[in-house]
Every structure is written in structure tokens, then in C-alpha cells.
Design a protein around this ligand. Sequence first.
Ligand SMILES: [Ca+2]
Ligand SMILES: [Ca+2]
Ligand SMILES: [Ca+2]
Ligand SMILES: [Ca+2]
Length: 353
Amino acid sequence: MLHKNYYITGLTALVVSAAIAFAPSSSAALTTYSQDFEAMTPLQGWPPNDLSDDGWKIFGFAWDADPYTDPTYPNPSSANIVFSYGPFDAANGAPGSIQGVATGEGGPDQGNVVLNKFSDYNNTAQDTLYIQADTYQTQTITAGDVGSLWRFTYDAKIGNLEADSSAFAYIQTIAPITFFQTALVLNDSTNLPDTWGTYTLDLFISPFLEGNSLLFGFSATSTNYNGSAVFYDNLSFVKVFFVTIDIKPDSQTNNINPGSKGVIAVSVLTSEDFDALQVDPDTVLFGPAYAEKAHTQAHVEDVDNDGDMDLQLHFKTQETGIQCGDTEATLTGNTWGGTPIIGIDSVNTVGCE
Ligand SMILES: [Ca+2]
Ligand SMILES: [Ca+2]
Ligand SMILES: [Ca+2]
Ligand SMILES: [Ca+2]
């Protein structure tokens, strides 16, 4: 199978090719995915290889101008797709591939093997055009997924990314039949530091997205063969568990004075489906500024007097980032088992005049 320079010209052809890529598979709901690449072998070349066997696909676009400099990037209005190509199974590190697993770049948390993601340098249109090369996993959203929140977490650090190149990580949804993009969340990777960090993307599955394809992965764009590499590792795509929280358990109105020097009590409540004591207090963040808990110890008590034990945490008001006019605040964290959680409750800001 040829994987090089197989260009499909024009938008009609794009739709035809996208139909192959994104035709909904009838069955599965969204499923958890994780990958640390440690079991993968570098430089295996064209499919089959460890990446293609793991479901990784690629797709390419050639833009007539730099999409990154457009205010509506990554869907630029001032740049046009000249041609596109794909989908193909992902290669692994051979010349002409657009990604590969690599060694020698990991830190303590990344181990020996990471993903090296870059643009398509086998595409001679680099001479005049901006080549965007995407590497992604794809799943199909079903009715049972509606109302759920999914999180794509990954570690990243910059590689040899040179001038006029750009990169991002994303979750994207694409409608059946029309292949219109219906949702996109992304983190810009263009200006990452050269030290490893952990990043997350969340996508809420609205009823509108049922039957859509969901893609998550990485994009790299370059022109004139400039470097565009970003390293990624420790990927996970997981459903976030909604939990019930109670901001100020002794108050129905949850009045908060954003100028207060005090603390705000927030309880994570235990239910039939969820044991709040499974939450790792050190992972909990609250409010728009992601405050960490103010006390070294979280309190375990039956906050709502329903006979089961709940988790109570306190956050310094000044660290929460809650501002006058805010009407809700969010708590996030992980269970000891690594399941991400999210809870939202109302707030009523006072003392703001
Ligand atoms: Ca790794
Ligand atoms: Ca309350
Ligand atoms: Ca309860
Ligand atoms: Ca309780």
C-alpha cells in the first residue's frame, strides 16, 4: 500500500476520502484509551507497525497560507485548503512518515519511549504551501455517550519546532454524511517549553453529537521543511465522573464575598454510585483559578446527615479566582484509582458594590 504523496485534489475528493475515514462504525460507545508507548519499537516504518496496530491514523492538508497566523486558527478564514490526503494508517518513524515513537527524550515520568510528532516532509508542496499533518485516534459517539464528559490528557514538550511551524493537540468531532466539524477543543503546542508538562482537554458530549465521529490526537504544520516536532507521552482518553458537590454545606444560597480573606468549605458527597472517600484530596482543585485545598487534612464527616461519610475540603477564597457575578464554581480531581471527577454547584457573589 502506498502511503506517500497520495494527494486527493479538491473539496469533493476530500469529502469522498473523509467518508472512508469517518464512516461511523455501528457498534461501540466511546471507550477509554491509554498509551505510554513503552511497549512500542522505534523506526518500524510503514504499516503494519506498533502505531498502526494501535489504531493511529493520519490525514494531511495543504494550506495556501499560514493557518496559524489567522485569528480564527485552526479554522482560518484567510487560508484555503489546496488539497488534502488520507486517511492512512500511521507509519512509525521511517523517512516520509509524519510521526514515530522515539527514545532518549523522556523524563522521569515518561520512561524510555515517547511519541515524536511532526509535519509531512515527504510532501514536496512544502516548497510553497503550509502542510498540516494530523495523527489521531478515532471512535464513534453513540446515544449512550450523550451527557458524558471526556478528557484527553497527555504529557508534552517541544522538539525541533522552527519558525513558521505550529502544532496543537485536539479533540474533534465530525458529523456523518456532511463531514462538517461539529466540535473542536485544542491546546496550542507551538510555544511549549522544552521540559515535560501535563495537559488536558475536555469535551462534553451534547445530544447534537450523537452519531458523530470523535477524533483525538496531534497536528503539526510546517512550510519550507522547517522543523515542527513536539514530543507527546502518557496519553489517556477517559470519561470524567460527575459527582455531587455542595459549596458551603450549611448554606442554600452559597453566598461568597470574592474579597473575603476567609475560606470556602466544599463537600464532595457520597452517593449510591460514588464513594467520596475515594477522592485523592491532593488532586482536588476548586474554582476558576484552580485553588488547592487550604488545609493539609481533608475532613471526613457526614456533611448532609444521610448516614454516609462525605469528604469536606476548604479553599482560600482569594485563591479560588471566584469573581463578582460568577454564578457557579467547579471542583475537579481524581480518585485514588485515577478516575477524573468533576462537580459543579451554584454560587451567589456578595459584597461586590
Ligand atoms: Ca513513555
Ligand atoms: Ca450549599
Ligand atoms: Ca450520601
Ligand atoms: Ca453523607
